[in-house]
Design a protein around this ligand. Sequence first.
Ligand code: ACO
Length: 377
Amino acid sequence: MSEELARGLEGVTVAETRLSRIDGENGDLIVAGFPIEELAPNATFEEVLFLLHEDRLPTRDELDAFRTDLASRRAVADEAIATVRRAADEGQDAMDALRMGIAAATLGRDHEEDPREDALDAVAKMPTLAAAYKRATEGKEPVEPRTDLRHAANYLHLLTGEDPNEAAARGLETYLNTVVDHGLNASTFTARTIVSTESDVVSAVTGAVGALKGPLHGGAPGPVLDMIEEAHERGEPEKVLREELDEGKRLMGFGHRVYKTRDPRAAVLENAAKSFYEGEGSAFFESARETERVGVELLAERKPDLNLSTNVEFYTAVLLRGVGVPRNLFSPTFAVGRSAGWTAHCLEQLEDNRLIRPRSRYVGGEDRTWTAVEDRE
Ligand code: ACO
């Protein structure tokens, strides 16, 4: 057995998947056979979820039934809402609230533990929990989910309690579709690892939420928005970004473990965001573009060999701001979309399961002698 060390599992292939393919050199992303540029702006979220779970597009009748089924699972147990609200009252992070809330998705379950049923339950309940957190931070009661709305439109309704604006719902749906799946990223790997022990899908999604929270993964879009807003308000993106880098910070929304080009999802999200910044908002959009241009330039100056470019998080911040998702829900909204991929990976892992169990190389001591606590200095 090779003892070769692959820190961060970089370059190691540990699973076969039909869910997505990333070409990091050319900047291409294929999701279940479709280029992301074609799938994200055209499909409904329900179609993409069905595609990932079933490996084919649904017929009209199947889609109608699937939508109805998913919508019927949106309500969460009162205890889960109470937990999310308490987390909000205590000033805890939205991702912590989501992690606690989704763990309770098995409460009141009206079926035996079943991977497919649990997968649909988890995906359906994410917006309800995220929106309940947001409303609690504003001292408001949660809104009842609506079964007549599609997933994205219902999410907007849950945030505001109002009829969702059609364009905003489409923008949000395009966002969710864009981030549904992306190879074996850290949170997806976490989910697959958890079900590989024959644990359950809700546990896998709960663990995946925890993995997504970190700023090196799904926690970046909030800080991206701060950076763009500062660049916009001060009117000097280059100075703002130079200051960040001079303080030894990373530029959020730039760089990627796999892409050596601009992340293809950035273009999809940039296109979707544009229409929300017409007229008065156009100056902010232009500041975002200028921030991107300057960021790429400064990173090329400092790391000329790395081709550090914009990742998905940069225009996530711009689009979500445009459709009216508040900053503290950016990462939970990423989780709402990515839960489609997490659950599909769980189902795929279970089709031909093998316990995920890599090795570590021991670098500790070998020759210590035990000393009883009372004899230790
Ligand atoms: N800003 C400044 N420097 C950077 C950036 C950045 N955004 N990204 C990479 N670098 C530098 C690192 O400091 C490092 O320099 P060093 O060798 O002098 O220490 C070098 O480039 C290589 O970086 P690594 O951390 O080894 O690259 P890795 O493949 O692990 O990083 C990552 C990928 C984590 C996304 C990184 O680019 C980063 O931290 N970006 C900023 C955070 C961010 O945008 N996160 C969202 C990622 S997208 C997603 O997960 C959905």
